[in-house]
Design a protein around this ligand. Structure first.
Ligand code: B4P
Length: 182
């Protein structure tokens, strides 16, 4: 089983991924976490990514697609924060088909009010969590990532859930999509 968690920055993709990857024994791949690990290790890629991430823009498709390709294994995968552009989504379909003859099964969109998102991220206080950067990231999401909703709706894979409330309640909402009879 392969799942994509889609949603604005700060909508809780990373938070829900921890619960879901344990529940369904999935390989959790977060492009944000992979990029932050490159920054911490001070690699050339990390140095390049840091400036882009601090501004709230997206790292280039080539870089993140190559990172994902390097981390795919034979296990089902939970994609957290990837894809973020149409180009990444198309590349992922090809990668899954050629790598282990699989496909995306569920795309779960976490829907959270924009003002709540800003408050959550200001409280989190990561390097890229200042108000100016957050607003840019929300614009980037609306322009470059939201078109993915159409892409996956056309494939009947898109499910939108309310991403506000208690973390466990949100996980339970996602479970009703993945295990509709339970
Ligand atoms: P990401 O690391 O993907 O980060 P995110 O979108 O900010 O966070 P997420 O939605 O996972 O929220 P979280 O659970 O942490 O991206 C960072 C940057 O990396 C991007 O801006 C971009 O530059 C780059 N990047 C990453 N992937 C890329 C790609 N594919 N292509 C190009 N560039 C890429 O939750 C946020 C906060 O809310 C936390 O403090 C959490 O504790 C809190 N929270 C969560 N659930 C809550 C709830 N139910 N109630 C209250 N608070 C909650």
């Amino acid at each position: 089983m392969n799942i994509i968690l889609l949603g604005a920055p700060g909508s809780g993709k990373g938070t829900q991924s921890q619960n879901l990857s344990t529940l369904y024994n999935l390989n959790h791949l977060s492009t944000g976490d992979l990029l932050r690990a490159e920054i911490t290790a001070n690699t050339p890629l990390g140095q390049q990514a840091k400036t882009i991430m601090d501004s709230g823009n997206l790292v280039s498709d080539d870089i993140v697609i190559a990172m994902i390709a390097n981390h795919l294994n034979q296990q089902g995968t939970l994609f957290d924060g990837f894809p973020r552009t149409l180009n990444q989504a198309q590349a992922l379909d090809t990668l899954l088909a050629t790598h282990n003859n699989s496909q995306i099964d569920y795309v779960i969109e976490l829907d959270v009010d924009q003002e709540e998102i800003i408050q959550r991220m200001l409280a989190r206080g990561r390097a890229d969590d200042n108000e100016h950067t957050i607003r840019n990231r929300l614009n980037v999401y609306n322009q470059q990532t939201k078109p993915l909703i159409d892409y996956y709706q056309q494939q009947n894979k898109h499910h939108k859930i309310d991403g506000s409330g208690a973390i466990e309640d949100i996980t339970a909402r996602i479970q009703t999509i993945i295990e509709p009879t339970s």
